[in-house]
Design a binder for this molecule. Structure first.
Ligand code: HEC
Ligand code: HEC
Ligand code: HEC
Ligand code: HEC
Ligand code: HEC
Length: 222
């Protein structure tokens, strides 16, 4: 008698509703957590877009690029020649920042670098995972401007990452790079406008200087 009562209570409409809600809530959570995690890694925030990094010296691209009109390649000379763009050696800074300037505490890291012979420990802003192969020289040499991947560096008080740097982002251009290319004389220009009449990318292809559409996995994962 008692047992049937208990069993009946267990399967009463109310208990069943509660049990069902608990199971549904549990399942929803199990599904929701990975979905949220997958959503999170795709946010600009998780990818490091627009993060600002604290540097040993508050180097300002606006002063040096917009104000003084120094070409990117004076400081990032390797961008045209090698896989990495590289950061300037301390000598490049000292060329302009005379001894008097150097006595300020702002410039202490430059003095320390000269004394020890160790480079200024700039923190990285833009970085791909190790399993991705990237090469500056090939992009720059084919007419992909710095601005296309790094944005308006001339307007940045602190360098920041503006592109998502995801595989989709790379592939989006690799599927059809032509319209994104600019004349090689405009590689470091900031605020370059791609006009419909500018067919430099298309022209490169037409001249037999073929631009490949690199979408094979092995292009970037070697
Ligand atoms: C006078 C030297 C100088 C010039 C000119 C210069 N830069 Fe820089 N750049 C630096 C220094 C120093 C850093 C490292 C500190 C920082 O991140 O701000 C840097 C950092 C960067 C970074 C971030 C690097 C990273 O870790 O991911 C990018 C991107 C960059 N520069 C692009 C450019 C572009 C594009 C131009 C031309 C429009 C340019 N720079 C001109 C000195 C220079
Ligand atoms: C072509 C010359 C030149 C080069 C090369 C150069 N600078 Fe400058 N920099 C200047 C001038 C000129 C100013 C001052 C601009 C002003 O006051 O409007 C300046 C300003 C600065 C300031 C800001 C000072 C302040 O009072 O806010 C810092 C920091 C600085 N430079 C760091 C560097 C570093 C680090 C490098 C090497 C990566 C470097 N500069 C390379 C000419 C140069
Ligand atoms: C096709 C996109 C693309 C173009 C074009 C490009 N960069 Fe980069 N840049 C990147 C990526 C991606 C990284 C991160 C590389 C890594 O982590 O291996 C990077 C890194 C850098 C760095 C950090 C130091 C280094 O060598 O990794 C600097 C400085 C830089 N770029 C400057 C430039 C300048 C200056 C130009 C133009 C002359 C330029 N980049 C053109 C995508 C680009
Ligand atoms: C705006 C266009 C553009 C973007 C963005 C871009 N690329 Fe490229 N990439 C090119 C062009 C153009 C070439 C040269 C194709 C050729 O040589 O025919 C190239 C070539 C390459 C090569 C050379 C392959 C080889 O075997 O020589 C690698 C590696 C590469 N890209 C990786 C990347 C990665 C990784 C990213 C993203 C972080 C990226 N690219 C983003 C346009 C782009
Ligand atoms: C143009 C360059 C490029 C090509 C081509 C490319 N990848 Fe990627 N791949 C990347 C970059 C950049 C990342 C890093 C993305 C990130 O950190 O968000 C990546 C990440 C990955 C990852 C890590 C998981 C992830 O999504 O972050 C895998 C797996 C992968 N790629 C597989 C492939 C396969 C398979 C192919 C061929 C069908 C391929 N890739 C072609 C650039 C490329």
């Amino acid at each position: 008698m008692h047992i049937t009562c208990a069993v009946a209570a267990l399967f009463s409409p109310r208990a069943t509703t509660i049990a069902r809600s608990v199971i549904i809530a549990g399942l929803t959570l199990i599904l929701l957590i990975p979905a949220m995690a997958m959503g999170w890694v795709r946010t600009p925030w998780a990818r490091g877009e627009h993060h600002t990094v604290v540097q040993p010296i508050a180097f300002d691209h606006r002063i040096h690029v917009t104000g003084l009109r120094i070409d990117c390649r004076y400081c990032h000379a390797d961008a045209e020649r090698t896989a990495s763009a590289g950061l300037p050696s301390t000598k490049k800074c000292v060329a302009c920042h005379s001894q008097t300037w150097m006595s300020t505490s702002l410039m202490a890291p430059i003095r320390r670098s000269l004394e020890t012979g160790r480079p200024i420990p700039w923190a990285r802003v833009t970085q791909l995972p190790d399993f991705v192969y990237f090469d500056h020289a090939i992009h720059v040499g084919r007419g992909v401007g710095c601005e296309t991947c790094h944005g308006r560096v001339d307007r940045m008080a602190t360098a920041e990452q503006v592109a998502p740097l995801t595989m989709d982002w790379c592939l989006d251009c690799h599927r059809n790079p032509g319209p994104r290319l600019r004349p090689l004389t405009e590689i470091t220009t900031m605020g370059y406008r791609h006009s419909p009449s500018d067919t430099s990318g298309v022209r490169l292809v037409a001249q037999g200087d073929r631009i490949r559409r690199l979408t094979d996995c092995t292009a970037c994962h070697r």
